[in-house]
Structures are given as C-alpha cells and as structure tokens.
Design a protein around this ligand. Sequence first.
Ligand code: SAM
Length: 458
Amino acid sequence: MSLPQSLVRSLDKIPGFDKEAFEKVHASGEQITSVRLNPKKMFNVQSSIFDAPLEKVPWNNYGYYLPVRPSFITDPLIHAGAYYVQEASSMFLEEALKQTVDLSQPIKILDLCAAPGGKSTLIQSIISDSSLLVSNEVIKTRASILSENITKWGTTNVVVTNNDPKDFQRLESYFDVIVVDAPCSGSGLFRKDPEAITEWSEQNVQLCHQRQQRILADILPALKEGGVLIYSTCSYSKEEDEEICDWLVNDCHLASVKYFLHPDWNIIETISELHKAYGYRFYPDKLKGEGFFIAAFKKSDMGETERRINKPRNKTEKISEKEVEILKPLLKNPQDFSFIKLKEEVLAIPAQFADELAILQSALYIKKAGVKLGSIIRDQLIPDHELALSTIIAADIPTLAVDKETALQYLRREEIKLESTEKGWVLLTYQQLPIGWVKILPNRVNNYYPKEWRILHK
Ligand code: SAM
C-alpha cells in the first residue's frame, strides 16, 4: 500500500506523527474489527462471536475487539440490534461526551452528520431516557440506512431527520450539544479501505476544509449558549483538524475544551498553532484503531439565551380512547407515551417529547420519530417492525424462539415452517432478542420481515 507522499510530507511536523511506524502499519495489512454492544439488548445473549473473553476498547464501556472478522450479515443478532460494528477510535465519542456534558441531566443533542448511525447509536446508549437525540443526515438514501440502524437499536427518545445543516437555523439556541462528525477526505481509513487512497488529493482536502467550515457556520446558531460542540473527522490533514479548531475559536468565538487522557490510551493531544485549541489525534501505529481526530468546544454563555421558538400547533391527528385501549397492552409502560396518528399509522413518543416533536416538525423534515407501533384497521393493530425491535414492547406478547437457520430464513424473507400452538401475530426471537413478526395462520406462516431490509446473502 503506497500512501500519497504529499499527505505523508504534510504530516511531518504534526505531534505524534512517526513516518516510519505510520508507513509500516499501513503496509502491514492488519485489519482490526471492533463492535459496540447495545446495553438495552445484550441480556443473556450468547452468540458464537462473543464466546471467548474479548479484549475491551479502552475508552468505551460497550466496545470490544474481535479476534477475527466474522460474517456479520449471517448473524441474526446484528439484525436484532444487539451490537453495531464500529471502528474503535471513533468510540471515543463516549468519553468525549462524558467529560464535557452532564449526561444524567435531560439534554437535547443533535448528531448532524449521522448516517449510517455509528455515533447516533453510541449516543443513544449513554444519554438518559429524559434526553432527546435528533439524528440527522442530509443525503436521502443515507437517511434511510440511518433510520434502519436507529430502528434496530430500539430506543424511543430519538428523531431522525433528513435536512441540510442550514435548515437548523430555524431552531435557534435549541440544542445543548451538537456533534459534527464531518464529511472529510478520509485518510484515517486508508488502512481499512486502501481504495480510498486513489480518491485522495490535496485539492479535495481543501474542498473538505471549506465544506466543514460551511457546515459548522450553518449549524452553530442552533447551539445554546453554554452548549457543547464536538467536532470530529477521520482525516489526518491539519487543514481539516487543527485549522478548523483555530477557525472555531477565532471566527466563531468558541472556547476549546481540554480532555483528560489516560496515558495507556496513546491518544495524542495537539494544540493548534494560532489559537491554542486542543485536538486529539488517533494514529493506527500508536493504538488499536484507525485514524481519527476529535475536539470539543463550548459556546460562550452571555447569560441572555432565551429560546426564541414559539410552540407551534401540533399537526398530528389525535387518537381515540378506543384506539389507546388497543395499543396499551403492546407496551411495557404505556402511561409514559403519547400516541400520535399519521394517516393510519400510530407512533409512540415519550410523553415529555410531544411538544418537542411539534417544534421539530415545524422546522425539519422528520423521517422517523419515536416508535411506529403499526396501523389500526377495523379495531385491529397490524404491528410494525419498529415495535418488534423496540425496547418498549410488552413482555407478554406471544413469542416463539427460533434457531439460527430459521432466523436466517426469516431474515431472507423466505417461507418458514414453525411448530407452534400460537396463532395470529407472533414475535420471533433469536437468543431471546426479537427479530420480527410472523402471522401464524392455520395452514401457513406469513413472514412480515420488511422487504427492503431482507438479507440477500445465501
Ligand atoms: N457519523 C456517522 C457515523 O458515525 O456512522 C458517519 C458520518 S460520515 C463521516 C459524514 C456524513 O456527512 C455522511 O453521512 C455524509 O452523507 C454527510 N454529509 C455529506 N455532505 C454533507 C453536508 N454538506 N452537510 C452535512 N452532512 C453532509
């Protein structure tokens, strides 16, 4: 693997850069696989990939390294949302948030560049139930993948949006925390994806730098005074890292935040040239992870922030008492939810966020909110896949445990045969985790796995 020499030369004076070790680790072809477990779903799971005691990712509570890369696509647990395959360095976001934000408090947090959902699923695992995550992706097709991964993760206090960063200016001073995991030139992933080397150019680094500034300038008005901005890239170029930090301090008047780093982590602290902003570099020759950069900032608190958003009229349809009675038995704690009807579909939103949803709806394009329970047709609920994978589903819903082969047939949306005395809607489970609905009829089983999610791999 031959690295772009202009990149290598440009890193020459950057703290922590060791040319020989850097080139050697890229030439080695070593691949590192890491996963992050879903704390709300990992009860009693014993999958073959987690059989052996695993090495922990040092800066994340739920992150583990796998000794070999298994076939994730044929593990039903990944489709059940039990874990997410995530590059280890980027799991540092957990530590970055813990050190800058009081996560026990209710916060509103925006993940601006969120697809496919690595950072958003991490955030969902560490914020409190009384906090709200808005997970946004500007590219429509990528917003669908994001929605799918958020659905699999199963928590309710999240809204997925599909907006340009500029659209968030309608939500002035709204968020306590904004995470910008910016689109970048991607040099940090060269070891994982050597093809990316051919797409790298100095000119693209410049274009990325300009785009990063534009995204940040567009989104900063939506951050509360005293709020926290976390900025990250998977690029080694200082134009996309320390120079952006300098610009955030100088032009946007943010205050840089210093992190405490455990010396064993081997993460390198850098200080930007002009305005002495702290940044944190992850080099693959120094730690078990790919190239990554992260920095945190605080917006100054002038003591004059009052949210200037009037509560808009709720545009959603009210649901009848009769319909509420149909829905209640589906949920563990129905009293904690507001039910919202969109045409025939019913959503469950944590009650405390009903007003927030109206505000978000007035400003943004909402792709997904809370958990879609299903459609009520002639007083019967046709349950939705989102309900099956959610962590709010009642414990006494009829379930049927299946083995791996049957689970995979189901996930391929093939015809399946089941031995069961149950009839009607039944939740299939694999190693105690729901994977989706079937309807058991007297002479056949209907497979309700979403068509667009079915696995094509044989
Ligand atoms: N945070 C994601 C995760 O952890 O899974 C990865 C995000 S990726 C580094 C950057 C994302 O920014 C991509 O999904 C990309 O579509 C999006 N993006 C591209 N151009 C953008 C723009 N102009 N404004 C906002 N987001 C953009």
